[in-house]
Design a protein around this ligand. Structure first.
Ligand code: DAH
Length: 342
């Protein structure tokens, strides 16, 4: 090697070392660079051995340049090392207080949850206690104990999904009437919110929907108490001037049974498209507890009487907020829910 070649080589090494130091963003990489260039078996030390191949008179200049370069690289390495130590290790190590805060996205109470809670609250104020029961039920609690005999056509009113042979998805919350009376002696004043399931699917029916059940069993309870409680409920839920009427109907677990209508929320009773000209909207089923149920739970039908009712929560929400498609409740779109009070 001659002097020129030697000096060129030093310069090449210096440039490479500088650019590698510059590119190093952490301690480990920098240490690698140090070993590669400044280490005892590094490129510079190799070069100092190569000095012996130079002409004697060229060696002092070569040595001087080599030492200078070594010093420059060492200095640059130290500077970079300091910088790496000072630099934030991760994003969480520094806080820029001038940046705007990050918003935590908030959800919105589901309109069905809200409506169910609102309905229950009205009945709680009248003295009923919230009770719940399982959504997967036995045939006994969903049908048999509620006086739907095996193979009786009354079962056709409510078709559901079976989970195995004995278990089904409950078609109504009425099962909780039996479960509660079995466990507790009278008086019973309960309100039961919960999910229910049926083989039903159109603009106003969903295979999964929600009900609130009511049951009052006590001494001397009459149908007048039932009507009074439901009339007050309608006034509190819709508006103070809401009128109701009871129409005879049939349910196996009540006798007599009735369907409750409210004066149409759209036209106030004059007749319109919503109420199909009748002025009335059907909102719930109710009746006096069929004494057959008392036998199933061990109550004495001579000492207690009672009434029950079942309210469709989805239907109540749709009527109150003038909605026409039940499936929107279950589409999981928070923007839809945000239109309604939380
Ligand atoms: N379980 C009935 C249904 O889902 C609703 C119902 C009607 C409940 C009358 C009652 C009642 O408690 O007395 O269609």
């Amino acid at each position: 090697m001659n002097l020129k070649e030697f000096l060129d080589k030093i310069n090449g090494i210096k440039d490479a070392a500088f650019s590698e130091i510059k590119a190093s963003k952490d301690k480990e990489t920098l240490e690698g660079v140090r070993v590669k260039y400044l280490g005892s078996k590094g490129l510079l030390s190799e070069l100092s051995k190569a000095m012996l191949t130079l002409e004697r008179q060229d060696r002092p200049e070569a040595g001087k340049t080599l030492n200078q370069t070594k010093e420059e690289i060492t200095l640059e390495h130290k500077r970079a090392h300091q910088e790496v130590l000072k630099a934030p290790v991760s994003e969480s190590d520094y806080i820029d207080v001038t940046l705007p805060g990050r918003r935590v996205p908030l959800g919105h109470r589901h309109l069905i949850t809200r409506t169910s809670q609102e309905i229950c609250h009205i009945f709680e104020k009248m003295g009923l206690t919230i009770t719940e029961g399982p959504e997967v039920e036995t045939d006994y609690y969903n049908f048999e104990a509620l006086n739907f005999p095996q193979d009786h056509p009354s079962r056709d009113m409510q078709q559901t999904l079976f989970v195995g042979k004995e278990l089904l998805l409950r078609t109504h919350t009425s099962c909780v009437q039996i479960r509660t009376m079995e466990k507790t002696p009278p008086p019973v004043w309960i309100v039961v919110p919960g999910k229910t399931y049926r083989r039903d699917d159109d603009l106003t029916h969903s295979p999964m929907f929600n009900q609130v059940e009511g049951l009052v069993v006590d001494k001397g309870i009459t149908m007048a108490d039932l009507k009074g409680m439901l009339a007050e409920f309608a006034r509190q839920f819709f508006s103070q001037d809401t009128k109701i009427r009871l129409r005879p109907s049939f349910f196996p677990f009540t006798e007599p049974s009735a369907e409750v209508d409210i004066a149409c929320v759209n036209c106030g009773g004059k007749g319109c498209r919503i109420c199909k000209g009748s002025g009335w909207l059907e909102v719930l089923g109710c009746g006096m507890v069929n004494p057959a149920l008392y036998k199933n739970v061990g109550y004495d039908p001579k000492t207690v009487t009672g009434f029950a009712f079942g309210i469709g929560v989805d239907r109540m929400a749709m009527l109150k907020y003038h909605l026409d498609n039940i499936s929107r409740f279950y589409a999981g779109d928070v923007r839809y829910m945000r239109q309604f009070p939380s």
